[in-house]
Design a protein around this ligand. Structure first.
Ligand code: MBD
Ligand code: FE
Length: 257
């Protein structure tokens, strides 16, 4: 049976694209060049990257604006499931000589009334000090800087890791070329990724950013939200950071549908 929602969305996509072609009077040569670029986007496996950089933020903004609790941010193209379950005291899996400043990061997981949420599943992943993600860049051990943790009796977890570098979209590929076509830089501010899952609550997919990062204002993927920016505290041989995650009860998320 025909699905009305699918029909209306795909019809809309066609309509807007046809309109654009006519409005811009796209030439046959431009059209053929676009087809080659689009083909390259698929062949290089960059479709997930391209989609998340340009469109994911708009999906989230529409779904969550005005709701209480911590704001979601982008899942992005670099999450992989089945990360190793870690044992407290937590250290993200890393190479013996892992580059970068040591970071102790603490998350406080609460409900929207401020009650700590114990035994929450916390999934964390991040780029390394070169801005590269394991599984997606060559030469990095599988699951490097990725892990699953649980909050303690106080609804808290602390993990030892390294400060990630800002992420740069690979400049040689089709997504990088697209950014030069539209005269944009290829950077995202440095960030940590989290998924926090507690039964009875809306699963929170979000990111944490660092005050003072040069790319906060112009994140190419538009994933920064003010409430997700933390201030790092520098000590002699390490840095500390923390944030509170407030999870909405599942019914608040459902009520909006
Ligand atoms: C990333 O690291 C990321 O988190 C997103 C959303 C898009 C591209 C690269
Ligand atoms: Fe990322």
């Amino acid at each position: 049976m025909a699905n009305e929602r699918v029909i209306s969305i795909f019809q809309g996509l066609l309509e807007k694209t046809k309109e654009l072609i006519e409005e811009k009077q796209i030439t046959h040569e431009e059209y053929r060049e676009f087809c080659l670029w689009f083909d390259e986007l698929g062949r290089t496996g960059e479709i997930p990257l391209f989609m998340d950089v340009f469109f994911e933020t708009h999906v989230l903004r529409g779904m969550y604006s005005g709701l209480p609790g911590t704001e979601p941010s982008l899942l992005g193209p670099y999450y992989i499931p089945n990360e190793p379950g870690l044992q407290a005291p937590y250290t993200l899996p890393q190479r013996q000589d892992e580059k970068g400043e040591v970071l102790f990061f603490t998350g406080n997981v609460k409900d929207i009334d401020g009650n700590p949420l114990q035994k929450a599943d916390v999934y964390m992943w991040q780029a390394d000090a070169d801005g590269e993600y394991s599984h997606f860049a060559d030469g990095i051990p599988e699951y490097n800087l990725r892990g699953k943790m649980k909050t303690d009796e106080d609804g808290r977890f602390t993990v030892k890791t390294v400060i990630p570098a800002p992420y740069q979209i690979p400049t040689g590929g089709p997504t990088g070329k697209f950014l030069t076509y539209i005269d944009s830089h290829p950077y995202r501010p440095a960030h940590l990724h989290f998924i926090i899952d507690v039964p009875g609550h809306d699963k929170l997919i979000t990111q944490v950013f660092f005050e003072g990062d040069p790319w906060l204002e112009t994140d190419v993927a538009d994933g920064v939200r003010d409430s997700l920016i933390t201030k790092l505290e520098k000590f002699d041989d390490h840095t500390k950071g923390s944030i509170t995650f407030e999870l909405r009860p599942a019914r608040v998320a459902a009520a909006k549908k």
